[in-house]
Design a protein around this ligand. Structure first.
Ligand code: HEM
Ligand code: HEM
Length: 151
């Protein structure tokens, strides 16, 4: 909702409440998609544990999907900032809790992306799913903060 005020000749200030421009919904829709992808990625990673044939297929799918999810999250982060700068004049850029949780989510995903080069190390293999679980928790909180920005 855009909030503005108009001064009446009689000296009374009117507050105008305008609902969110339709284009401002592009980011929340993309964001919801990215959140779904993060959960699908985490799910495939967790189901990829073990040595069964099914587990190997899940691991392959997980490893292939990972870079796309990272790219999509970067796009969502950029589109969020762009929306604030172009249509959500009631918000100031990089000032919300949603911005901070989005930045944390992107950093965690990039850390997971980077860790794939060290998967041969036991410690990285053990830590990777925990960082991934943290990313999923942050993604859940991130949706919550995002919904609070919808007007
Ligand atoms: C269901 C998921 C999401 C919802 C409902 C949501 C909602 C919103 C809304 C309503 C805004 C204000 C701009 C606008 O109206 O378009 C916003 C801004 C933003 N969003 Fe999202 N978002 C979601 C997911 C994401 C994701 C996945 C990311 C990045 C990883 C992200 C990053 C941002 C950023 C960086 C801003 C700008 C905030 C600022 O500058 O303070 N959002 N989001
Ligand atoms: C969403 C959060 C994530 C979770 C919960 C998660 C979880 C896991 C788990 C449980 C494994 C199996 C480890 C084992 O062998 O015991 C795994 C492997 C792997 N993950 Fe993730 N992961 C996540 C995100 C990512 C991301 C963003 C990437 C980036 C590309 C990635 C790349 C990989 C790779 C390359 C492997 C090794 C696959 C193989 O051995 O063939 N993961 N992950």
């Amino acid at each position: 909702m855009f909030v503005g005020s108009v001064e009446h000749p009689a000296g009374v200030d009117f507050v105008i409440l305008v609902s969110m421009d339709w284009s401002a919904y592009v980011h929340p829709i993309l964001g919801a998609l990215v959140t779904g992808l993060v959960f699908a990625l985490g799910n495939s990673g967790l189901r990829g544990r073990g040595s069964g044939r099914g587990a190997r297929q899940f691991r392959q799918f997980h490893a292939r999907l990972g870079p796309w999810v990272c790219a999509a999250a970067l796009l969502a982060q950029a589109s969020g900032i762009l929306m604030v700068l172009s249509v959500r004049f009631d918000l100031s850029p990089a000032s919300t809790m949603h911005f901070r949780s989005g930045t944390l989510l992107v950093c965690l995903l990039l850390l997971l992306f980077w860790s794939r080069s060290f998967m041969h190390l036991m410690i990285v293999r053990q830590l990777h799913p925990w960082v991934g679980a943290l990313a999923m928790l942050v993604a859940g909180a991130h949706v919550f903060f995002g919904l609070q920005l919808i007007r």
